[in-house]
Ligand binder design. Structure first.
Ligand code: RFL
Ligand code: PHB
Length: 394
């Protein structure tokens, strides 16, 4: 098999890249280890920055999103028995939108297949090679036999546990890592959320977040010990923790309903530098991970892909190498700012289990400093609604 750009992974990064390249007449093949059904139903991110929404609109991927997504003008916080609302529209003139990651994945798969795009599901990449020279290849298993894609460039969009990052020589790659001493228990609940906007709640016994997927579907998260087992969590315990941690605030009411899905995810920060080696480019979670408190992971994946699409289009259409040369540096500037914001939101909103009484009081003071001032709120709003992304066309 031969194509211009070989893409590993049909998550938001790989799919969006394939679509942007197609809009400029550049061919690609995506190989994805999971089934189409698995990719289209996996419950993950839900919050889109304004830039990501604009990008999906601009590139013809927003038809269903515009019908069912939920735009939010504000975001809410509770801590120390106080309630704060950041009015993003008023402060910075931008907003965020709730639209589930698996819906974006569904939408892009449908558009790629409509346009004759090639996506091989249940095709697992086993080896990436030739990235030092001009004949890169991907070897993968599909329908019981080993196959090879030859291409000009490879995009490693295979997530944190993929193989692309480890295909770079260890002498040139450096990983920057931070693991947090807690995880999130995520729940999907058939009930109205406590508010039509997101609520991030700090409580001395743990953080909780109330998000949603639809007006009658709540998506909520509870801070739990990192090695906790879902078997330790009865439904009664989930409800009593959510109730306690949300606290009592006028207008915020916890509605109970069937807990349709629950699982625990660890929290970490990770950055791999550089994000390119020879003809292999990493994009999205394969290159970096953020803890979900800042809602940045999927948005960062989409921002990387804009930088990568620009580099590849500039090469094929204009014979320009400069955007390829600067790919890693351009992405990493934005990545590190999102890493900082996600770390900040995480460390500010989660009580650390080993925190001393001093640490806890200092943390509550920090929350009052930030959320009690207009400039603090503006700083949060600017980062939460998203930093600018580069235009994907050179
Ligand atoms: P993905 O989505 O992990 O896709 C990678 C794909 O590669 C496939 N793959 C392979 N295919 C072939 N051969 C191999 N050897 C392969 N190895 C792996 C995988 O099967 C998979 O389909 O990475 P991508 O595209 O970079 O997208 C990143 C996002 O998925 C991720 O950052 C977000 O989900 C993070 N995230 C959030 N991001 C946001 O922007 N806003 C949010 O509100 C938000 N909430 C969240 C989140 C992540 C969470 N979890 C579960 C970690 C909430 C949670 C709880
Ligand atoms: C979600 O809706 O899943 C979500 C929203 C905001 C976050 C994390 C997750 O910070």
């Amino acid at each position: 098999m031969r194509t211009q750009v070989g893409i590993i992974g049909a998550g938001p990064a790989g799919l969006l890249l394939s679509h942007l390249l197609h809009l400029e007449g550049i061919s690609s093949i995506i190989i994805e280890s999971r089934s189409r059904d698995y990719c289209e139903t996996r419950v993950r991110a839900g919050l889109l920055e304004q830039n990501s929404v604009d990008l999906l609109n601009e590139t013809g991927l927003a038809e269903r999103m515009n019908k069912i997504a939920l735009p939010h003008d504000g975001v809410q916080f509770t801590f120390d028995d106080t309630y704060h609302r950041i009015d993003m529209t008023e402060l910075i003139g931008r907003r965020v939108t709730i639209y589930a990651q698996q819906e974006i994945v569904k939408d892009i798969i449908a558009v790629r297949l409509r346009d004759g795009g090639e996506i091989l599901f249940e095709a697992e990449a086993r080896q990436v090679g030739g990235i030092d020279g001009d004949k890169p290849f991907i070897k993968f298993m599909h329908e019981g036999s080993e196959k090879t894609i030859e291409c000009d460039y490879i995009a490693g969009c295979d997530g944190f546990h993929g193989i692309a990052r480890d295909s770079m020589p260890s002498s040139v790659v450096r990983g920057y890592d931070r693991v947090y001493p807690f995880g999130w228990l995520g729940m999907l609940i058939a009930a109205k959320p406590p508010s039509h906007e997101l609520i991030y709640s700090h409580h001395p016994e743990g953080f909780t977040l109330f998000s949603m997927r639809a007006p009658e579907i709540t998506r909520s998260y509870l801070q739990v010990p990192p090695d906790d087992d879902i078997k330790n969590w009865s439904e009664d315990r989930m409800w009593s923790e959510m109730r306690k941690r949300l606290g009592k605030h006028e207008g915020l009411e916890l509605h109970e309903g069937e807990i349709m899905q629950a699982s625990i995810t660890p929290m970490r920060s990770y950055v791999s530098e550089p994000m390119r080696y020879g003809r292999l480019f990493l994009a999205g979670d394969s290159a970096h991970i953020v803890p979900p408190t800042g809602a940045k992971g999927m948005n960062l994946a989409m921002a990387d892909v804009c930088v990568l699409a620009r580099a590849l289009i500039a090469k094929y259409k204009l014979n320009r190498n400069d955007y390829m040369e600067s790919y890693s540096e351009t992405c990493l500037k934005r990545v590190w700012r999102a890493e900082h914001f996600s770390w900040w939101m995480t460390t500010m909103l989660h009580p650390f289990y080993e925190a001393s009484p001093f640490d806890l009081r200092r943390q509550i003071a920090e929350l009052h400093t930030v959320f009690g001032s207009r400039s603090g709120q503006t700083l949060v709003a600017e980062n939460y609604a998203g930093l600018p992304i580069v235009p994907w066309r050179p």
